[in-house]
Design a protein around this ligand. Structure first.
Ligand code: PBG
Length: 330
């Protein structure tokens, strides 16, 4: 059937029709809200390149998490800024480190939230790399040992989901075995499976002061040019026991999200990273983009591509917009 019998515009003419045939609607249940924890009390420091995003001490972080939960957001993902950074990132595996402290407080005071912890060393090392450095390079296997210790510290504190974001080989399997051996059989692993060496992480590295002191992360994060390799990374993480896999960043990698979903049919998360957020914020502040519209459009695109879950700095704002509009683009 073709024109004039087929007129696709018929179903676009009225909002009620558009509502009836809409294929993708972002829900608050899809959103994961990132939080940055620092030691101390009463601390809330805004990040210049990420308006609305703050590093905060646990007391204030709890308030923020309460607000997220009240909006219906199901989960938060925690990043920590340690008191001291050193060569092996010792605070990462300390039961009294910033993340275990934040997790215990959250589990006690906002029990309805699922608590996810980012498992990586870059926030904790003085050189800013995601692992143990020897001979000027990040060493895989010694790093995996440190990540296992970190994941266990998070699990002991009560983390529901641990999310390794380092891109070392074999870390998901090592973390799964260690969790099971210590009785944490129900702790979920959300693996940053296809994490690209992206320029879009710039603002995040300012927040956690993890800009590498030498070199860059191309020796362990993926080449933005590769898609087949992403499928292989995801296959490995699933074989090793990942429950949820992730593609990161999100918008520049929608093709990867779609291929991973179509290939594996497993729970899939996508991370709308700091640079993606900063671009939308900056252009909106300049009056060049309509913020709520482009933010919801981006989240819709990420979900349409195949993501079940979206980590986004827009989570709270998006939850409010979705509440008002029912997921319809403003
Ligand atoms: C690594 C980690 C990074 C992000 C999340 N986990 C940064 C990196 O690899 O440099 C980036 C998130 C963002 O840009 O929003 N622990």
């Amino acid at each position: 059937m073709s024109f004039p019998l087929d007129r696709p515009r018929r179903l676009r003419r009225r909002e009620v029709f558009r509502r009836m045939v809409r294929e993708t609607v972002v829900s608050v249940n899809d959103l994961i809200y990132p939080l940055f924890a620092v030691h101390g009390a009463g601390v809330s420091q805004e990040i210049s390149s990420m308006p609305g995003v703050v590093q905060q001490s646990v007391d204030l972080l709890i308030k923020d998490a309460h607000e997220a939960a009240a909006l219906g957001i199901p989960a938060v993902i925690l990043f920590g800024i340690p008191a001291h950074k050193d060569a092996t990132g010792s605070e990462a595996s300390d039961d009294d480190g910033i993340i275990p402290r934040a997790v215990r407080a959250l589990k006690e005071q906002v029990p309805e939230l699922a608590v996810i912890t980012d498992v990586c060393l870059c926030e904790y090392t003085d050189h800013g790399h995601c692992g143990v450095v020897e001979d000027g390079a990040v060493q895989n296997d010694p790093t995996v040992e440190r990540l296992v210790a970190e994941a266990l510290a998070h699990a002991r504190a009560g983390a529901d989901i641990v999310a390794p974001s380092d891109m070392m080989d074999g870390r998901v399997g090592a973390i799964r075995r260690a969790l099971d051996a210590d009785g944490f059989v129900d702790t979920v692993i959300m693996a940053y499976a296809a994490k690209y060496a992206s320029g879009f992480y710039g603002p995040f590295r300012e927040v956690v002061q993890s800009i590498p002191q030498f070199g860059d992360r191309r020796g362990y994060q993926m080449d933005p040019a590769n898609a087949e390799e992403a499928l292989r990374e995801v296959a490995l993480d699933l074989e090793e026991g990942a429950d949820i896999v992730m593609v990161k960043p999100a918008m520049p990698y929608l093709d990867i999200i779609r291929r991973v979903k179509d290939t594996f049919h497993r729970p899939l998360a996508a991370y709308q990273v700091s640079g993606e957020y900063a671009m939308l914020k900056a252009a909106s502040r300049a009056g060049w983009l309509d913020e709520d519209r482009v933010a919801i459009e981006s989240l819709t695109a990420i979900k349409r591509a195949g993501a079940d879950l979206i980590i986004t700095y827009y989570a709270k704002e998006a939850a409010r917009w979705l509440r008002h509009t029912g997921g319809v683009l403003p």
